[in-house]
Write a protein that binds this ligand. Structure first.
Ligand code: NAG
Ligand code: NAG
Length: 462
């Protein structure tokens, strides 16, 4: 964001370090840091979908325990979803070459730009969904805490390529629906309401694409009621990171994001080709009057995937849009690994807006009780009510998985009768795999605004 007029806003970034001494078994105290994104400006009907590089983030080698966010106004007041719909926010980890200035905070960082290396999560989509954290309207009531003794390890200096430093970028996609003719239609990015025929990259939108991200890109406008007036205002994503300083007793977890639109097909046994996980990110739910559907008008989408590596499931949560009625992940023998159900608001106050998904239930299996084995065939289900049509819906599933010890002769932990993990020997996370993973990762960020070469476009959207 250096060199951008908005960079002064960095000075608005609040860094509150509240040191809270945790009374539990945790050795390090739980710390909490609160940050504000740069301001984004919205007026009735308008859309902001910008990328902010080098955002405020806790420094040092740490274990992230919690990541919460919400949209606030200039006064720090929470803004309700029926005014500013938070379509999504995502937080992406990357390495930036030291001494290289990013000249535009939402520019297009290219594949060939060697000063930028994306550090993806552990999978499993090929392109996109590379974020470490990210949610949408449900962010206020979704619990994200990583239980002890686990943590998301970041900032480990040995993982950073020489000459680079670790940084974070934030993408916020927000839609101002004050005065909207059709609030749900605006939040579902219905192309007719945005009056767009071409997408952000000037590609013609096919008539069968009724709604979704291609119609509600940055600076587009959704139709508002005739004569409706409302003030332009500066808004911020306020995010709170809770973390502890890294220590050997913390067990690192890997982040996986499964997508119900993954077009992956199990390769034939005879072939050695690696399956591609081409994730579409969004899909269309036709209404049950115009589609084959069951009596209660539930649209179920189901995919079968092979999980790449095994371990203990520590946490799980789904991401769905309005109309969603739940997602579930089943193991090979049919048992439920995690099921996550939307919480719909019932009132007016922020965090409880009627008709909106204001939270998703999350799973905390007793550590060691739910495992996924490497190569296990898992089934992912996403349900939506199709009493009416929904465009641009999503079905993501976040999982935190603790991998078993890499070295069989150095047992890192055992489970006692209470289910508590007893640490016998220090574990240094060998999470970093720079080579291929990062080259693939760098391809993913090759996207966004003013892109000339449409080949290889990949979205990193949630
Ligand atoms: C929709 O876009 C067309 C051309 O892009 C423009 O002529 C028309 O006035 C727009 N309609 C509305 C309602 O904004
Ligand atoms: C999804 O819908 C199917 C069919 O109605 C149902 O059997 C299943 O329990 C639902 N799952 C979730 C997670 O809502």
């Amino acid at each position: 964001m250096l060199g951008c007029p908005s960079h002064q806003l960095i000075s608005l970034v609040l860094i509150l370090l509240l040191i809270i001494v945790d009374q539990s078994s945790q050795e390090s105290p739980l710390k909490s840091a609160v940050f504000l994104s740069p301001a984004f400006v919205l007026e009735p009907g308008s859309v902001s979908n910008k990328f902010y590089y080098n955002i405020g983030f806790p420094k040092g080698h740490i274990a992230i325990k919690n990541f919460d966010a919400e949209v606030v106004d200039e006064g720090g007041n929470p803004v309700p979803l029926y005014e500013t719909y938070l379509h999504h926010w995502i937080v992406v980890r990357y390495y930036q070459q030291k001494g290289v200035k990013v000249t535009n905070y939402h520019n297009n960082l290219g594949f060939h730009q060697s000063d930028f290396i994306l550090k993806r999560n552990s999978g499993i989509c090929d392109g996109g969904l590379s974020q470490y954290f990210g949610l949408g309207s449900e962010t206020r009531k979704t619990i994200t805490y990583v239980p002890d003794p686990y943590g998301i390890e970041v900032g480990n200096p040995v993982e950073v390529p020489p000459g680079y430093e670790e940084k974070w970028l934030l993408n916020v996609h927000a839609i101002d629906t004050r005065g909207a003719e059709d609030r749900l239609g605006c939040t579902e990015c219905r192309c007719d309401l945005y009056n767009v025929t071409k997408d952000e990259h000037d590609r013609v939108i096919e008539p069968d694409y009724i709604g979704g991200l291609r119609c509600c890109y940055d600076e587009t406008k959704c139709r508002v009621k005739d004569g409706f007036q409302g003030p332009r205002r500066n808004l911020y994503l306020k995010y709170t990171v809770k973390y502890i300083d890294w220590e050997a007793s913390i067990v690192p977890v890997k982040i996986y994001i499964l997508d119900i639109t993954d077009t992956w097909k199990k390769p034939e046994k005879s072939t050695t080709t690696v399956a591609r996980h081409h994730c579409q990110i969004e899909y269309l739910v036709e209404s049950c009057s115009s589609a084959v559907a069951n009596v209660d008008c539930t649209h179920t989408k189901k995919i079968i995937l092979t999980f790449p590596s095994g371990g203990d499931v520590i946490y799980g949560v789904a991401h769905q849009h309005t109309g969603g009625t739940g997602m579930a992940l089943h193991g090979e023998d049919g048992h439920v690994i995690c099921s996550s159900i939307p919480i719909y608001g019932e009132g007016k106050e922020p965090g409880n807006e009627a008709g909106y998904i204001v939270g998703m239930s999350s799973c905390y299996p007793r550590p060691g009780s739910i495992k996924i084995s490497a190569g296990e065939t898992v089934t992912l289900l996403s349900n939506y009510s199709n009493a009416q049509r929904h465009t641009g819906v999503m079905g993501l599933f976040y999982l935190l998985v603790a991998e078993p010890s890499p070295k069989p002769n150095s047992i890192l932990h055992s489970t006692d009768e209470t289910g508590e993990i007893v640490i016998l020997q220090s574990a240094i996370g060998a999470l970093a795999v720079f080579g291929i993973a990062l080259v693939v990762g760098a391809a993913v960020i090759y996207q966004r605004r003013n892109q000339r070469d449409q080949e290889g476009y990949e979205s990193i959207l949630i």
